[in-house]
Write a protein of this length. Structure first.
Length: 489
């Protein structure tokens, strides 16, 4: 057990008590207060003696007194510890104190609902569409780190670098965006962030003044609603159908209301998974120029497309002057690899970079250079091809299991990409009770009301299949089917 480097014991050296009494009394009080817990290791007698400025034998005698009283216990060749046989000391933090309580005002941020990891042990989690970390190229990433540290001049990476991110990674991203997504963007106009969530946060803070109107997809990404709301924006919902966001409804909103920006997920709409059709993409860009609003394109899972052809990014179009493009490598590699990026009009990106410096001087230069190595040698591209094949098989298995376990009781849109499926129950269902019943049987799903601006009750659910293997999918969907039929009785 680790011992403290420095003690917190305060000995006053008063004349009314011996040093042994004072030291033993201080330790005894720390145990009673709960600051020294059962089993806690005390400093060695030599260290404590040097720290408080007494003879070592004085500390040894004080320890012996406390051992004799049962407060401490001595373990041969291990040291001195608070006795494990003591009762748990009561938490006195809520009791009155001679010290005043804090009384300054501050903003209270609401807790954020976690849906991408188990809320309890041994749950099969149908999350919102996370990748399977078991597929991550860990060996190659480790080798990339090693090459970075073997490079001549590696010590420079330990100092401050560009607030926009490692130049090597930005150059690789520039090449990838041009080759795979049709964007022609200079590396100097890319800002690397700690995941796409950070990029969205920065964009919101640069764009929004209190009272500005932001249009969002409905249903849509609840985290974005929270970010824009806390930045002071007024949110206006625009419905989504089988072709993506309703641009006619968006124009009607623009006629009556000045909007600052619209947030869209055109490649695979979140949560419905539909792809925005070409005509709507053109119309959206035309509206952005006509009514002078920004388009925030969140391309969160571009690599995972199973159909023929490649839908280029909205930002690749010649009319995309007002598009702010955000994407990430986290879903491609692993969620723990916090690497996102953002590009857009040069002056906007520079303002965003200036803000980023205030809250996060720079990203992880070692990680960014290691990933750049893997992009340059083709590892990332090979991993993407392999992952797409695995996820396509899982999608097909999921659709087969849905058909087997629910039959005509559901309808769904077959996703042409992404890592999740959007389905609707035909019968009315008490979703809260259904979710509770699933949890009791070891299955967790995302509460569907969170996708809607007004948290409305809905019979739609989004089931992420990417992070589950075949056995988990089969078992989880069987439980979901059985629980559904029981709920109908």
């Amino acid at each position: 057990m680790l011992r403290p480097w420095k003690t917190i014991f305060n000995v006053s050296f008063n004349a009314q008590q011996t040093l042994v009494e004072q030291i033993s009394g201080v330790i005894r009080n720390e145990i009673i207060k709960g600051r020294l817990e059962r089993g806690a290791a005390l400093p060695g007698s030599r260290l404590l003696a040097a720290d408080i400025g007494v003879n070592r034998k004085t500390v040894v005698f004080a320890y012996e007194v406390l051992v004799a009283e049962g407060w401490l216990e001595s373990k041969h060749k291990s040291g001195t510890f608070v006795s494990a046989n003591l009762p748990l000391m009561k938490d006195r933090s809520g009791q009155s104190s001679k010290y005043p309580l804090s009384n300054f005002e501050y903003i209270q941020y609401a807790s954020f609902t976690v849906t991408d990891r188990p809320l309890a042990e041994n749950l099969i989690v149908f999350n919102e569409g996370a990748p399977d970390t078991r597929l991550a190229p860990l060996k190659e990433l480790s080798a990339g780190y090693k090459r970075v540290f073997q490079r001549q001049g590696k010590w420079r990476l330990l100092g401050y670098g560009s607030e926009k991110g490692a130049i090597k990674l930005r150059e690789m991203l520039s090449i990838m965006l041009s080759r795979d997504r049709g964007l022609h963007v200079d590396a100097d106009n890319i800002c690397v962030t700690r995941g796409s969530q950070m990029a969205i946060y920065l964009a919101a803070r640069v764009l929004v003044r209190p009272g500005d109107v932001i249009a969002i997809e409905n249903p849509g990404y609840y985290a974005v609603r929270k970010l824009f709301h806390e930045a002071g924006a007024i949110l206006k919902a625009v419905e989504v159908d089988k072709d993506g966001i309703d641009v006619d409804a968006l124009e009607r909103l623009c006629i009556t209301t000045k909007i600052k920006a619209v947030y869209v997920t055109p490649h695979h709409q979140f949560p419905t998974t539909v792809t925005m059709q070409a005509g709507r993409r053109m119309r959206l860009l035309e509206l952005s120029l006509k009514y002078s609003f920004a388009v925030i394109e969140d391309d969160y899972d571009h690599e995972y497309h199973f159909g023929t052809g490649n839908n280029l990014a909205l930002a690749s179009h010649e009319m995309a002057a007002n598009v702010i493009y955000i994407s990430s490598l986290s879903k491609l590699i692993a969620p723990a690899i916090r690497v996102g990026y953002i590009t857009g009009p040069a002056s906007f990106i520079q303002s965003l970079v200036n803000l980023r410096v205030q809250i996060d001087r720079q990203g992880d230069a070692i990680l960014e250079n290691a990933i750049a190595e893997l992009m340059e040698d083709g590892t990332i591209a090979r991993h993407a091809r392999k992952a797409v094949g695995v996820y396509k098989e899982r999608r097909d298995l999921m659709l087969a299991c849905l058909q087997e376990n629910f039959g005509h009781h559901i309808t769904y849109h077959k996703p042409e990409g992404g890592l999740a499926c959007w389905l609707q129950f035909k019968n009315d269902l008490n979703m809260d009770q259904y979710i509770t019943g699933l949890r009791q049987k070891g299955v967790q799903i995302v509460p569907p009301a969170s996708f809607y601006l007004n948290n409305q009750s809905t019979n739609f659910i989004r089931l992420g299949y990417g992070s589950l293997n075949a056995e988990e999918l089969i078992t989880g969907l069987k439980i979901m089917g059985d629980t559904y039929y029981q709920a109908l009785l």
